[in-house]
Design a protein around this ligand. Structure first.
Ligand code: IMP
Length: 183
């Protein structure tokens, strides 16, 4: 296998491509039921949510709109501070809209708490959250997460949009990195 092959850096696959697609079909059916007769705006958070957004949106057999935000935590640390800066704002006016935030992963939930408060201040009809992955610490979060793909252990994972140093986003599954990647 050549050095540029992305799969060789993965020590264990946590969630397979099939697991993800099966779970998204279940979530999509729930979302269709919950939002029946109402408009739906999916808001994706760049860049991690790109894969989740693409697959969830296509699993939904109804009209939706999609919009994107790019946000960044202040500071260069690896732990989330909860202080957030908007790098790219939505193009859509949220007043009266039903907003579903599509996320890749919730760790501490600090970023998301800030985001939900920010979106709620724009006068939407509702704001809910759909995340593919949730880590244990997120349970202490003040915001309720309506749709969760998988609860996972507190390990650093990559793939399906999630990166380590901007790499591994293009993996179809979610897994942990081999120790040689960090050294
Ligand atoms: P939170 O504010 O601690 O919930 O941070 C959430 C953000 O941290 C996610 O949107 C990811 O960008 C990043 N993150 C948290 N855990 C992981 C992980 O295991 N792999 C890759 N990125 C992660």
């Amino acid at each position: 296998m050549d050095e540029s092959h992305v799969g060789k850096d993965i020590s264990a696959t946590l969630i397979t491509e099939a697991d993800i697609q099966d779970r998204l079909a279940v979530l999509a059916a729930q979302i269709e039921r919950d939002y029946e007769g109402r408009d739906l705006l999916l808001v994706g958070v760049l860049k991690g949510a790109v894969m989740m957004m693409a697959d969830l949106a296509r699993a939904l057999d109804r009209h939706i709109e999609m919009d994107w935000m790019a946000i960044s935590s202040y500071g260069a640390g690896t732990t989330s501070s909860g202080v957030v800066r908007i790098l790219k704002d939505l193009d859509t006016d949220l007043s009266g809209r039903h907003v579903l935030v599509v996320e890749d992963i919730i760790d501490t939930g600090l970023t998301l708490s800030w985001l939900v408060a920010n979106l709620e201040s724009r006068g939407p009809a509702s704001v809910e959250i759909c995340t593919l992955l949730r880590k244990p610490e997120a349970e202490q979060m003040s915001v309720t997460v309506r749709y969760v793909g998988f609860d996972i252990p507190d390990a650093f994972v990559v793939g399906y949009g999630l990166d380590y140093g901007e790499r591994y986003r293009n993996l179809r599954s979610v897994g942990t990195l081999a120790p040689h990647v960090y050294s």
